[in-house]
Design a protein around this ligand. Structure first.
Ligand code: ADP
Length: 371
């Protein structure tokens, strides 16, 4: 049985936070505000500054300048620095970081050592945390007697047992295989939200980010490039980098035919495609249209696209030729060579053979044009 949430997660504010290692700047003045109890994913390629940002939040690294507030308290500003053990937070790492000489119970109880609880209360909390991660019966085992997934569940129990205001996850699923990743991802999402803690979760995997996040912070080269809910990142990526990093099926060159309030019409090799504008664009301007995988579907001869929302009037269409097809269970993903460029992950419930000529419906919702 799960207890009701007892913690209030930290409200977190970063103002112009800078961090460098020698002459290499890892964070260029980050401004970021995270609501109490929100689940925030830091998404970016390797070297973009995700770990550095998390380590600055944790207090493992000192910030060079700027201000960092956790739960209304100033914990770092380049001069002052509150050490990690006084920040009431917990971290979960990819390599579990359990004490090999302590049992499962001992590892979880270790997180309570500074809380001065009596033995009964400590034991009750440890049991409750182990119950929450489904390990109630394995409390007396040692880490080497557990599978990778079980070890990560111990790390999770250890993280929540002291009811921290902030939980930091650093690629916690990277060492697990696909099936287990999916299950543990759901457990992390559930347990974290029940705990009430604010969560900061690092990943370079966009599907993990979209699945978990209340808000995604996209980092590139030590700068924050976009912060918002997954839907906004998906539909309104502010730069081509954000669009590419969060999944596109291809890029098509074209020029702007019409500019509307919310949409553009772009000419791609003679076909009119409706798109969102990623930049301020003018009629006649050359653009690249970045296409999300969910925006495309192969149309049947009557113009419908089974398995996809009905085509909207004026939906753009493109002709092309199938160059590859992959079975995906629900249907087939095709790679289609269109005039102007190649689109991958073009879905259809029915297989189209390599070499066949097809017409694609392309929805404005998933197309963004940049100059
Ligand atoms: P990410 O977590 O997104 O992979 P990091 O925060 O680890 O990125 O790294 C950001 C940048 O800072 C990279 O250029 C990296 O090489 C550099 N960096 C990280 N840690 C150190 C360190 N301890 N010493 C020197 N440079 C570092």
């Amino acid at each position: 049985m799960m207890p009701a949430s007892v913690t209030t997660g930290y409200h977190i504010r970063m103002e112009a936070v800078r961090k460098s290692y020698g002459r290499a700047v890892a964070l260029h003045g980050i401004d970021l505000e995270l609501g109490a109890g929100r689940f925030v994913v830091l998404l970016g390629p390797s070297g973009s500054g995700k770990s550095t940002l998390a380590r600055c939040l944790a207090g493992v690294e000192r910030i060079d300048s700027g201000r960092l507030h956790l739960g209304g308290q100033l914990v770092g500003d380049g001069r002052r620095h509150l050490p990690p053990e006084r920040r009431n937070l917990a971290m979960v790492f990819q390599d579990y970081a359990l004490w090999p000489h302590l049992t499962v119970r001992g590892n979880v109880a270790y997180a309570l050592r500074r809380h001065h609880l009596d033995a009964t209360e400590s034991r009750r909390r440890v049991d409750e945390a182990l119950e929450q991660v489904g390990l109630a019966s394995l409390g007396d085992r040692y880490p080497h007697e557990l599978s990778g997934g079980e070890q990560q569940r111990v790390a999770l129990a250890r993280a929540v047992v002291a009811r921290p205001g902030l939980l930091i996850f650093d690629e916690p699923l990277s060492n697990l295989d696909a099936d287990l990743r999916e299950r543990l991802r759901v457990e992390i999402a559930t347990l974290t939200r029940q705990s009430g803690a604010t969560a900061v979760y690092i990943t370079h995997d966009q599907s993990e980010a979209f699945a978990l996040a209340d808000e995604i912070a996209v980092l590139d080269g030590g700068s924050l490039v976009q912060f918002g809910p997954p839907e906004e990142i998906y539909h309104r990526p502010v730069t081509p980098f954000v669009a590419r990093f969060t999944g596109i099926s291809g890029e098509l060159p074209g020029w702007v035919r019409q500019v509307g309030a919310d949409e553009l019409v772009v000419d791609v090799a003679g076909s009119a495609l409706r798109c969102r504008a990623g930049d301020r664009l003018a009629i006649g301007q050359p653009v690249r249209v970045l296409v999300r995988p969910a925006a495309t579907a192969i149309l049947d001869a009557d113009g419908s696209s089974p398995g996809r929302p009905a085509p909207v009037p004026g939906q753009g269409t493109l002709g092309g030729q199938v160059v590859d097809v992959a079975y995906r269970g629900r249907g087939y993903d095709h790679v289609v060579e269109c005039q102007g460029g190649t689109l991958s992950a073009v879905f259809a419930p029915r297989r189209r053979e390599r070499g066949s000529t097809v017409r694609l419906g392309v929805s404005a919702q998933g197309c963004v044009a940049y100059g």
